[in-house]
Design a protein. Structure first.
Length: 133
């Protein structure tokens, strides 16, 4: 291949659009919370709902389906009476948990500071004179 043929494709280069699909998992707060809640082992739907404060039943269902589709968790139907379903992280899901654990820890340790900064900003915004349009 010559320079006139144009640039050669880079075999290890990733398509940014494909990367953003994966980052959508990390950017979704419910997915990360569900992954965190599954890190100790399989859980039933009701256990996940109780452990994921603020999530609606519909949003949990949508989140679980998305994570299953992405290969992050598995869904197992148990043939007992009454039947029940459990969810567990796949090996790839465990690596996602390991990769995002520092982010979740940072969130918890900085929560008070973030709320204080928001309160200070909001109080300044309330007392600031209106800006001309």
């Amino acid at each position: 291949m010559t320079a006139a043929d144009g640039p050669s494709p880079m075999p290890h280069r990733q398509d940014p659009c494909r990367t953003s699909d994966v980052l959508g998992i990390v950017g979704d707060k419910w997915s990360l919370l569900v992954v965190r809640n599954l890190s100790q082992g399989p859980r039933r739907f009701t256990e996940l709902k109780r452990a994921t404060t603020g999530i609606s039943q519909r949003m949990l269902t949508v989140t679980l389906r998305g994570l299953e589709r992405d290969g992050i968790l598995t869904r197992t139907v148990h043939n007992v009476m009454p039947p029940h379903v459990s969810y567990a992280l796949t090996p790839m899901g465990m690596t996602l948990r390991e990769a995002t654990a520092p982010l979740l820890e940072w969130s918890l340790s900085n929560l008070d500071g973030i709320h204080a900064a928001r309160d200070a900003y909001d109080s300044r915004a309330e007392t600031a004179p209106p800006t001309p349009s």
